[in-house]
Design a protein. Structure first.
Length: 275
C-alpha cells in the first residue's frame, strides 16, 4: 500500500513524532492512523495517549451556558479554509447557532439541526451557507452538559471550547468552575475519572505498557505489574479529577474542588477542538 505525504504529515501533526518514524508506522499498519499511533507509542515515542478531535481542518468552536446555569453547550462549525474561519460574519453565524441551541436547551445534534433559524432549519441554513460562502460548511459536533451548575470556556482564537457540569451551585463556586473549564482546555482529559475510561482504552494502555516493558528487557513475569503501574500513571495524567491542578500541582482537581466546598465535584464535561 502506498503511503502518501499527506498521511505522514497528518500523523506527524497529531503525534509530534519524526517524519520517518511516522512513515514506518503507517507502512507497518497499512495506513491505519489509530494503529500507527499505537505503534509509535509501543516504540517509545512520546505521543498523545488520547484521540483528539482531528477530523476537521478549519472552523469555529464555541460554548455557552444557559441563563439558569444548569445547561451548557458547545458547537463546532466547520469550513475548509482559515480565511473563512476568521471571517467576522462566519463567527457571528456560528454564534447564532450556539445561541439558538442554548436558548432551546437542545438535547442533541439532531434536535439542533431541526431548530428554526431565520425561517430555515439549522441544517438547511448550513447548506445555504455552503452556497453563499463557496466552501463546504458543516455542523461538525454538538455537545451538552447539564447539572446543578455549568460553566463554559472558549480559548482565544475559537479553536478550543469546553463545558463542565457540577453537582452543586452557588456564586462561591464561580472561580472553581472557571478554573476547571480552563483545565479541560489546557490538559485535554480523556475521561472524568478512572471508572469513566472505556474498557477499550484500558486494554490498549495495558498492552502498550507491556510492550514497552518487554522492549526494555524486563522479565516476562513482571510485565503485567509494570503495565498496571503505567496504567495508574495514565489515570493521573489523563482523567480530569485525578490530574494535577494547573494552578497548584501539589493537589489534583478533585482535591482542589474539595477544598472549595465539601463533596463538590464535576459530573460531566466536554471538550471540542480543531486540529
Amino acid at each position: 500500500m502506498k503511503i502518501t505525504a499527506q498521511q505522514v504529515n497528518e500523523l506527524r501533526k497529531s503525534t509530534g513524532a519524526g517524519m520517518m518514524d511516522c512513515k514506518k508506522a503507517l507502512v507497518e499498519t497499512e495506513g491505519d492512523m489509530e494503529k500507527a499511533i499505537d505503534v509509535l507509542r509501543k516504540k517509545g515515542q512520546k505521543v498523545a495517549a488520547k484521540r483528539a478531535d482531528r477530523d476537521a481542518a478549519e472552523g469555529v468552536v464555541l460554548s455557552k451556558v444557559s441563563d439558569d446555569k444548569k445547561y451548557a453547550a458547545a458547537v463546532m462549525i466547520n469550513c475548509e479554509t482559515d480565511f473563512v474561519a476568521k471571517n467576522a460574519d462566519f463567527i457571528a453565524y456560528a454564534q447564532s447557532i450556539i445561541d439558538l441551541a442554548v436558548a432551546n436547551k437542545a438535547g442533541n445534534i439532531d434536535v439542533l439541526k431541526a431548530l428554526p433559524l431565520t425561517n430555515r432549519t439549522v441544517e438547511e441554513s448550513i447548506m445555504d451557507q455552503t452556497g453563499v460562502i463557496g466552501e463546504k460548511i458543516q455542523l461538525g459536533r454538538f455537545e451538552i452538559a447539564e447539572g446543578e451548575s455549568t460553566y463554559a470556556y472558549i480559548h482565544p482564537g475559537n479553536r478550543i471550547a469546553t463545558i463542565a457540569a457540577f453537582n452543586k451551585a452557588g456564586d462561591a463556586l464561580n472561580d472553581a468552575g472557571k478554573d476547571v473549564v480552563m483545565q479541560i482546555a489546557a490538559m485535554d482529559p480523556v475521561a472524568l475519572d478512572k471508572d469513566s475510561v472505556s474498557d477499550e482504552m484500558v486494554k490498549r494502555e495495558i498492552e502498550i505498557g507491556m510492550d514497552q516493558a518487554r522492549q526494555e528487557g524486563k522479565p516476562e513475569a513482571m510485565l503485567e505489574k509494570i503495565a498496571m503501574g503505567k496504567l495508574n500513571k495514565f489515570y493521573k495524567e489523563n482523567t480530569l479529577l485525578n490530574q494535577a491542578f494547573i494552578k497548584d500541582s501539589k493537589k489534583n482537581v478533585s482535591q482542589y474542588l474539595q477544598d472549595v466546598e465539601s463533596e463538590l465535584t464535576v459530573i460531566d464535561f466536554k471538550r471540542l477542538a480543531l486540529a
